[in-house]
Design a protein around this ligand. Structure first.
Ligand code: FE2
Length: 400
């Protein structure tokens, strides 16, 4: 999280803004078996299985697990009944991200403002409370199967308390001691927060959703190195980046484009019931090499780039950094190559990034592990090499 320095007057104006986002409250996944998925994310990505809600604590319809790491909170949820909406979505889309929830000062006011701005309501405001405090939430529909929930918190459920290990809501209960949680403290993966969340939408719909984020959530188009439409022989996609402001999150929106080969976005849509959804979550680390080394040790399945990538990358990156009078890449070049990490630079610095293969059997959701050293862009210089690597994977899946 970055916090911009502001004048008291500007801070007051922000506080009065109902759509001022405070943080990514949590990301909710719908899955076929939450108990098993929770253990997958704990064992392979180092998340703490922190809290749960299931039959044993009176939840009759769904089971949920809160996974935490740094300032990342995932809620992994499944249906307990044959007729629930989660089960229906899992049948259509497989496991994936359902909701990206934002902490705000007043969820009811944020919801009303978003609806006034044109949002379609998904769930009206409701408050869960007990003697310790309250959590108010309300949801709007975003692209495809995705929703955004506004969450406001009081008392023991205040965000600061939640960040410090407090309960997510009155419905959640602490898990007992788990050896995997102790193991993850001793062997940290170092993931700190959600840097960006990328949505895939249908061809011709990118600008519609860009305008939706501008109008409904009052985001701004991110003006930077990467803000132009991307459409190359290799990428066959177009992308624009929406920025929440306040250093909370960026939300790129991709659409497929005509290319020589089938767009990776089109492949996603075809395995996601032709419905838009979240393509990847980028998780930020302060030490890319340590994070990737630990994740590889845990058998995380990363995209592999050809060795030839490293024969040209340093010339490109060093030239860009030199051109802008910036410090060279300080991480060990050989270790970067050994770990298969990608590097890119822009006029503000460089970034290190690496992408996992799909996290479930369908070629849909994946993670990016990213470390920024000044750069605020998204690795545009890696697109050609990356998309060639992705095409090899699409070919292996029979989807090219
Ligand atoms: Fe990304």
């Amino acid at each position: 999280m970055t916090t911009a320095t502001t004048t008291p007057a500007a801070a007051g104006a922000r506080a009065a803004d109902p759509l001022r986002l405070i943080d990514v409250d949590h990301v909710r996944f719908y899955v076929g078996n939450a108990k098993q998925a929770a253990h997958y994310y704990a064992h392979t990505f180092g998340f703490r299985i922190d809290q749960f809600s299931d039959l044993t604590v009176g939840s009759r319809d769904a089971a949920s697990y809160l996974l935490t790491q740094g300032n990342i909170r995932f809620v992994i949820q499944t249906d307990l009944t044959p007729t629930g909406a989660i089960g229906e979505e899992v049948r259509r889309f497989g496991d994936g991200v359902k909701d990206v929830a934002f902490t705000v000062a007043d969820a009811q006011r944020a919801f009303e403002r978003a609806v006034k701005n044109g949002a379609v309501p998904d769930r009206e405001p409701e408050t869960l409370s007990d003697e310790r405090g309250s959590v108010t939430s309300a949801s709007i529909k975003a692209y495809g199967r995705v929703t955004h929930t506004f969450v406001s918190r009081t008392g023991a459920y205040d965000l600061e308390q939640v960040r410090a290990g407090g309960r997510l809501s009155p419905a959640f209960h602490p898990t007992g001691p788990l050896r995997i949680n102790d193991y993850n403290v001793q062997h940290p993966c170092g993931l700190q927060w959600v840097d960006h969340c990328v949505g895939n939408v249908e061809q011709g719909k990118m600008n519609h959703w860009v305008e939706w984020y501008e109008n409904v959530l009052e985001f701004k188009l991110f003006k930077h190195f990467d803000d132009k439409d991307i459409s190359t022989e290799y990428s066959a996609l177009m992308s624009k980046v929406m920025d929440s402001g306040f250093g909370v999150i960026k939300m790129p929106i991709n659409e497929p484009a005509e290319g020589k080969k089938k767009s990776q976005i089109q492949e996603y849509l075809e395995w996601h019931d032709m419905t838009p959804g979240v393509q990847h979550l980028a998780l930020r680390t302060n030490d890319e090499l340590a994070s990737v080394a630990e994740l590889r040790r845990r058998d995380v399945d990363f995209l592999t780039l050809p060795d030839s990538y490293y024969e040209i990358v340093w010339d490109r990156v060093d030239a860009t950094l030199r051109e802008h009078g910036l410090e060279p890449v300080k991480e060990d070049h050989q270790k970067i190559r050994d770990l298969g990490i990608l590097v890119d630079a822009d006029d503000q610095g460089y970034l290190l990034q690496l992408f996992t293969k799909p996290l479930q059997d369908r070629p849909t959701l994946f993670f990016e592990i990213i470390c920024r050293r000044g750069s605020q862009s998204f690795g545009k210089g890696n697109f050609k090499a990356l998309f060639e690597a992705l095409e090899i994977e699409q070919q292996r899946r029979g989807n090219l």
